[in-house]
Ligand binder design. Structure first.
Ligand code: PLP
Length: 388
């Protein structure tokens, strides 16, 4: 009998980026100068002060042993101080906060702690694909809540049928949002918490991009009074400090959900390397460091070059308030896959077709601000040369 992957793997939605990936590899193999606006991975190095702390931490033999499951107290205390200083959210770090091996790990494991087989999981779309995949792995059934431009890319909670909401045990949210760059207001977060209380479900708010903003500082859902009864929030050092490869993040909020997630994790992993947590502690203690703030100016310049360039071509593209993504509506008559294909074949520019983030992403493409401004300008020049 040929090997069959498990039914849960077979239940995953198809991976729609394969074709673009293949074309990108072909273009590179053919010697084309490809400008990759596809990957949401910072191109700048991790700041030196973090690398220095890591080097010292590596020499400490105490760090060579198994880490603590929930994370080292010093990192968790520092993360709790960040929550207080940045959002005014008081956190009991021993009960309400654990270290994660990247927020993706926390998102991946969370449904195992919250969702029973057959439960509905409310998954907004377009979205980071991990929410739906993790829900399916836990036996949950994703119910896709469409995000639309008309609604400011916020879910219309009132439009979710009552019988669906009542069967749901978990809802994912993500603001600032990947892929749309949208932010949520305090009023929306309040409505979401009310909705969770009314329907007896848990909210997992993915807050990986709260520190990448161009206008107002984005808030935390935990600022809403009572939110800690029903919400957890996932924060990450990946994008803020150019640390995607390090895998360091935390989950914070409802103590019972945090304890359940910690129990899943203690059966799956043994926590993040202590030296990385030490380096992460150093990073968080210096959020206002000039080097970290300068990164925001770099992304802002790239954003302006790209958005102004695309608007000159005739794409109607708003400037995102946060994240390092530009979410551009395709010109009339184009699917997102058509547009991404032409951009790659005729301009050697990689864009991500919005449909890959779920059906409501159709009609849009995502560009990441992860190449230097001069390359961004070159990408817009090449896109402008196409006869759209
Ligand atoms: N959440 C969103 C919305 C993301 O876009 C990403 C990564 O791109 C993550 C979470 C994962 O981040 P981490 O590196 O903390 O696992």
């Amino acid at each position: 009998m040929p090997f069959q992957p498990s039914k849960r793997l077979q239940a995953l939605p198809p991976y729609l980026f394969t074709e673009i990936d293949r074309k990108r590899r072909e273009a590179i193999a053919a010697g084309k100068d490809v400008i990759n606006l596809g990957v949401g991975d910072p191109d700048r190095p991790t700041p030196e002060f973090i690398r220095e702390r890591m080097a010292t931490a590596l020499d400490d033999p105490r760090n060579h042993r198994y880490p603590f499951d929930e994370g080292v107290p010093e990192f968790r205390e520092q993360a709790a101080s960040f929550m207080q200083a940045r959002f005014g959210v008081e956190v009991d770090w021993e009960r309400e906060l654990i270290t994660l091996i990247g927020s993706k790990e926390g998102l991946g494991h969370l449904p195992l702690a919250v969702v029973n087989p057959g439960d509905t999981v409310l998954v907004p779309q377009p979205a980071y694909p991990v929410y739906a995949a993790a829900s399916i792995f836990a036996g949950g059934v994703p119910y896709h809540v469409p995000l639309t431009e008309a609604n400011g890319w916020l879910p219309d909670l009132g439009a979710i049928p009552a019988e669906v909401a009542q069967k749901a045990s978990l809802m994912f949210l993500n603001y600032p949002n990947n892929p749309t760059g949208a932010c949520a207001s305090a009023a929306f977060f309040s409505r979401a918490v009310e909705f969770a209380c009314a329907n007896d479900l848990v909210i997992a708010h993915d807050a990986a991009y709260t520190e990448l903003y161009f206008e107002q500082r984005p808030g935390s859902i935990l600022e809403v009074p009572g939110a800690k009864d029903v919400c957890i929030e996932l924060h990450s050092l990946s994008k803020t400090f150019n640390m995607t490869g390090w895998r360091i993040a935390w989950a914070v909020g409802c103590a019972d959900v945090i304890a359940a997630l910690a129990k899943v994790k203690s059966n799956m992993d043994s926590g993040q390397f202590n030296a990385i947590q030490e380096a992460g502690q150093e990073a968080l203690s210096r959020l206002d460091d000039v080097e970290v703030k300068a990164t925001l100016d770099i992304y802002r310049e790239r954003r302006d070059v790209l958005v102004d360039g695309l608007n000159k071509i005739g794409f109607a593209v708003p400037k995102p308030e946060a994240t390092f993504y530009v979410w551009a509506r395709c010109p009339e008559g184009y699917t997102s896959m058509d547009l991404a294909t032409r951009a790659l074949e005729e301009a050697s520019v990689v864009l991500i077709p919005g449909v890959g983030f779920g059906a409501p992403g159709e009609g849009y493409v995502r560009a990441a601000l992860t190449v230097e401004a001069d390359r961004m300008a070159e990408a817009t020049r090449r896109l402008a040369a196409i006869d759209w």
